[in-house]
Every structure is written in C-alpha cells, then in structure tokens.
Design a protein around this ligand. Sequence first.
Ligand code: ZN
Length: 912
Amino acid sequence: MKETTVNGLPVADTLTMDIPKQYDPKQAEQDHYERWEKQGYFAPEINRDLNAPVFSIVIPPPNVTGSLHMGHALQHTMMDVLARYKRMCGYRTLWLPGMDHAGISTQLMVTRELKKEGLTRHDLGREKFVERVWKWKKESGGQITKQLRREGASVDWSRERFTMDDHLSQAVREVFVRLYEEGMIYRGNRIVNWCPNDQTVLSDLEVQKDPQAGKLYYLRYPEKNSDRSLTVATTRPETMLGDTAVAVNPNDDRYRDLVGTTLMLPLADREIPVVADEFVDPEFGTGAVKVTPAHDPNDYEMGVRHNLAQIVVIDPQARMTEAAGAEFAGLDRYKARAKVVERFEELGLLEKVVDYEFSISKCERCKTVIEPLISTQWFLRMDELRDGAVMLLETQKKPQFVPEVPYEKIYANWLENLRDWTISRQLWWGHQIPAWYTPDGEIIVARSEEEARKKAGTTELTQDPDVLDTWFSAALWPFSTMGWPETTPDLETFYPTSVLVTARDIIFLWVSRMVMMGMKFMGDRPFDDVFVTGTILDKHGQRMSKTKMNGVDPLEVFDKYGVDATRLTLASVGTTDTRWNEKQVESYRNFANKIWNAARFCLLNSEGATVDPESLKAAGSEIALHDRWILSRLNQTAGDVRAALAGYQFHESVQTLYHFFWDDFCDWYIELTKSDVTAESASPVRDQARTRLLTVLEQALRLLHPFMPYITEELWQQLPGAHGPLLHQAYSGADPTIMLAAYPEPVAELIDEQAEAGMQALIDLISRVRNIRSEMNIKPGEPVSVMIGAPEEKLRAVFSANANQISRLVRASEVSISETLDAPRASARAVLVGGAEVAVPLEGLIDFAQERQRLGKEKEKLSIEASKLVAQLANPQFAERAPAEKVDEVRARIADIAQRTAQLDQTIENLQ
Ligand SMILES: [Zn+2]
C-alpha cells in the first residue's frame, strides 16, 4: 500500500470553509455517537415507511465476564457494516444488543475475587453470593456497553437484554416446563463429565481433548480356581478397584474359551465375569479390557448391556471412596494410581508398563482432568429437536452458511450424531431449574414456586439447587429477547432475524441449538444466514488468548489509529484467518487522512458550488472524459459494493472502496479536474466542476459510511448544500445525518464503458511518462516533449482531446500524436495499451555519458544482489528450513532483477 501524500494538493487563495488541517478521530468519535444515540437513529422506529423491508440481527451476547477482545470487535464491525448499510438502503433495521450471564465463567470470576478476601462462596451462602455476582455484573457489564459504543456499534440500546432479565428468565422456565411436559426433559442417572475443581457437570462441548504422553499399564487378573490369568491394558489403573467385568470381542479366538469364566479381581478380591462384547477392539492392548461402569462412558454402556454393577470408587473431589477399599479410601486419584501399580508389582501381577500417547479430557475452563462420574442430572432428548433442524436444512436450505464449505457439512454431520444434552449444572449463578421436590421425593416442574405449590398441594417444597447450562438460555436468544412467550410486535416484525455473525467455534454450542429451539417454539428458523468470520491470530499465527497474554486490546488500537481505520482492518478479515498486523491499520489510518485531505481540498474550493445529485444526471457526452469517467467509476463502485455486501464479501467491499477513493478519485480525478476547480475567477465552468467534485465526494462518503462511520459523518456535515434531500425517503424529516442518507444506487446510464476505456488509456500514458521521468532521472521541473504513436483513431482522438491534461500532468512542453511513432534514437520508450507507443526524446535533458554510468552502476548492484539470492536458493539448508513464502519472495525478487536488468540494457543502448 502506498504512503499518503499529506497536503500535496494546491488550494485556492480564498478560504471559504474552516476545516482543520488534521483529522482528529477522537473528537468525531465522541460527538457523533452520542448524537446518533440521543436522536434515536439506532432504533427501527426512526424508519417511517410502513412498507419498509426489515433487517434484523441479534448480537451474539458477549459474556458478562470481561472486556471485549479483538474477536468481538471483528464481529461487531461486520454486523455494524451490515446494519448501517441496510439502514441506508431504507430497511427497518434492528440490531439488538445484550449480554450473557455466562454461568460457570462468571461464577469462577467472583469466586476468585472472594478468595482474595479469604472467603469461599460457601461462607457467603447462595443468596449472598448471587447478590454479589449481580453487583459484579453491573460493573463488568458497564465496561462492555462502553466498549460497544466506542466501536461505533449502531445497536438499539432501548432493546438491550441480559439473559437473566426477568422476562428472559420467564422464557427459560416456560421452555423447560413445556419440554418436560412433553417428556423431552428428564432427570436421570447417567455417566457425566465431571470437573473435580469446579465441582460441576460439563457438557461434551465444554470438554477439551488434549494429547497426553502417558503410560499403558498391563495388569494381570487371575482366573478363579485356575492358574491361568487374563491381562488387561489400561491408562487408569486406579479404576480397576471399580471393575465389575473384563470384556473381550466375541470373535477373538484367543479368548473364546475364557468367555463366561470368572476372574479374581486383585486388591479387591472380588469375583468378576469375562463377557463378550462387540465394542471391544481386539487390536487395542491385549484385546481384553477391564470394565468400570461407574467411571468410563463406554464401560457404562457396556455395563448396561451386560447388567453389570456400578461400583463408585472415585468421589466428586476425585478422591477414592470407601468402596475402593480401606487401603485406598480417601486417596487422591493419582496417589491411588501409584499405589495400585505398586501393589500389582508386589503381587507379581504387573506384566509391563509402556509409553502411550492418548487424548485426555480436560475442563475447558480450568484445565482440570475430567472425571467421568455417575450422577443424577437433567437431560434434554435431542431427537425431535434435531429432526426439526435437519428438515429445515434439507427442505429450505436454512440456515445458509457463508462460507457454505465447510460449515454446512460440519453442521449437518454434527446434527446426525447428537446425544442427549446434559442441561443441569452444579452452580449457583444461572437459571435455577424450575423443579421442586415434595418431602416424599415427587418431582414437580412448574413455572413458579406458586404454581408448583398448587400442583403439589403442599407448601413443603424444595427447589432443585442446580442451574441450567448457560447455552440453554442462549439457545432461546433470538426470540426470548423479543418478548416470547408473548406474541409481541417485535417478534412479528423482526423474527426470523436476517443473519447471525459468529465465530466458528460455537456452531455446535450455540448456532445449532438456536435453530433447534427456534423451530420448536417459533415454528420457524431463527435466522436466514449464518456468516462465519475468520479468526484474528497474533503476529506469529497463534490464537489470541488471555492465558497466553498475546491478545491485542481493541481500545488501544482505537486510541492509536482511530476507530474507522481499525474497522476497515477488521472488515477486511472477512472469512479468512488473519494474522494481526498493525501496519495494515496504519495504512488505513493513512487512508482516513487521505479522505480528509481530499475532502478538505474540495471544501476549500467550494465557493459557488453545492452538493447536487441532479447535476450528475444531467451530464451527457458534452462533459469532459474525466468527468464521464468518474461518474462511471462511482456508479460501478456503488454496484460492486452492493453486490459484495449482498454476498457478505467484506474484504472485497473494502478493497473496492479503497481503490475507488484513493486511486480513481484522489490520484486521478482530483488531479484532472483541478485546473477547472481552482480557476482564479468565478465562471459557470468553475461552478459546475466544483459542484460535480463535491457531489461525487458526497456519494463516496455515503458509500464509505458503513465501514468508516465517523470520518464520513464529520465531513458530510460540512458539505455545502441542503442535506435533508439526501436522506433516504424512509427517514424524511429526520435531522440530517449520513447514517440515514440513501446508500447510492448504481445508475445504469452513467456507467460508460467507452469513457472507462479512454481514461484507462490516458492513465496508462501518463503513468508511463511519469515512470520514464523518474527512471531517467529527469529533473522534476524540466519540461519534456511527449511523442505518441497510436494506430487506432479512437485512441488518437482521446489523446488529442486531453493533450492539455497530459501536458499538465507530465510537465510536457509539447505533445505530438501521430499514427506511427517516429522518435529520435535517444528516446525513452514505453508500450501502451491498444498497441500505442510513447517516446520521450532525451537529447538535451540529461547528460548521456553520466546517465550511462549511473545506470551501469545500478546494473552492477543488481547483479551482485542476484548472485547472492541465487546462492541462497542453492543452499539446501535454506531451501529446507525457510518458510515457503520466504522462498517465493526470493524467487520473485530474482525475476524482478532480471526484468529490470533487461530494461537497463535497452536504455543504455539507446543512450549510445
Ligand atoms: Zn473445571
């Protein structure tokens, strides 16, 4: 990306406007957001068109546990771009904000805080603890809303929600009761993932599997009344104390005669059977596996199939129980492991121990190793819910994932393999399960304690102490936030929502569950599209995380480069994982400065002119090429950006806008229109040129607004002319703001391919001559003569019509155009598009001998560089170890040098 040329633009003598030389993002950010919010621009009610199309997004509620990170800023930027864009297109737009109570994370945070005061949550008791969390939530939540405002998020604050709001809690209870009454929610004894540290059950999705270098222990179990024995292999010897069988595959010939016999379980002296089960993999270990139904999910299933006892030998603190035997009771699971192994060795029953790599399950939050335990929990059957989601995908292809590959398939496969969802959590912070127990153990599920009492016919009820998994309430978010179970106008208007913008890691945890619950309770999809964003990695390509301390704080970046520049960087990420690169933000900050300087030039030269969209329509073939061209580019850009946004191509939209504003508008159009615009005396020609320039600028600002809300509003407000008529008609009468201005639509008649081709030729010519000037070291003030040979008549016409522009932009004393080029030998030449050619005679401009010497030196330098690079490539160590992109870089540089050298040879030859 190029460097900005600050204030490189001449300015008329009379200042008609007072606009600061430097853009101050902070001031603009503060002023405008406050005003937008106060004026109610973020609320859908600002739209007065009763027939307006609707666009709605619910924010993925950030956890109330902390501050927003880059991932949030990324998603919020994309959502805000969409919301602002649709709003400007006249949609009744709602972007609903809110936060999630984040059960386990929040409880952990507050527990940690208490620990500093030397307290545990049990010291406070449930009620006081929950009070404390609410207090903490107030502070932490305030932090998040402040940050959202800072990001420029155009969310409707009047509809802000929290998953533990009364109304949302009511929705949670309603869903629970209905699912219970339909038999989909049940309470049962199951093997679950237990975190011994957090003392709660976790869903499969809250468990992370890490590779672990461990050991595989081969334990020998003697057969009863025999001198034979059977060897089992296990990574967890301590669980053998809870074994109730050994299993082999029924087709395994090695063990066929052992099936049905009885083994003596060492240390426990318990008799256990040998059973045959298809589940056993004959290839693993010895082909015989110990079965511990109370402490392993697969063994649990096997235990059910073979009617085996469940002996609990490990307790919720991960210590051995009494059932493990007096020798082991009370020991930590790892101490018990060492002791079991030691005892087997003493007894001569330890066959061997081998190194073994396996995957270990850890608590996603605290990284404690999960203990599978049998426990009484609440579960949700997923069959019917799953069917609803599958049907939606198969019949309506909803939600539409962007990108479709791979996410649709991942989502569909996951739905196929759903197990019942463990929805209870042993926490205090969250939605307490609406189930009460009578003194004789009957379960009453009700919407309130009052209703439970009525149902039970007694007041002696105890509520289930557990709370619901945080994702249970999150699954209802798209409709609970809009007033469900009541049929509210918001639900009728804004549900289903238009799109969900989210990270890929919560497609299962959240996206799929919203779809299932939406289908079940609303009878309709919660959103049409799911846009899955890329991830921002640190500069080494690592995921940013709190524990690695490698995160970049978006607030610091805002402070340093401004919100608009940061938003452009974030929007550019699109769906691709991207390493964070501050240089990129810096270049977009330069872009913001470029916009500012260009607008400043327009404003300082705006006397006698006004923003007037009608003036563009009137333009016909009588206006200059560059004018027709910029109108064509503007309208083409509007069409391209609209098309890109319709397909959620954020990266492409940013590139299109950047190229249009920087290259087309600033580098070329302002240069080409400058002589008219800065003419000393007022004239209709000057006024028209100024009006056109301002009007194109105004539309460019509108195109940029969804991405760069602040600088565009700041400049737009200063443009001369009436702003009211620029608003989209759905907002007519509102106080003018670029937020509510109509997003430019491409006008087909103004797209002019001929003008684009002509300008392309002109740009090509001017760039080539400028190149020649710099390559040949021609002094900037020295006029040159430009000779053009163009066989095509059309092209010649373009060049002659713009001969003055050419002279001005390349400092030519003379521009000659003919069908064939007839230039002196000592000329610098370049080939142009359309078979044309340009030459700049060098005689008298430069000292040939001196120049040949200079170019010779450059050649020599390049040749030295090239041989170094070639040697580097030939070095096998470099080829093996250097990253692929580094190797490519070296190759590309060698090719560049070769090309440049050929050029130099040609030039030196011409200078003989
Ligand atoms: Zn944990």
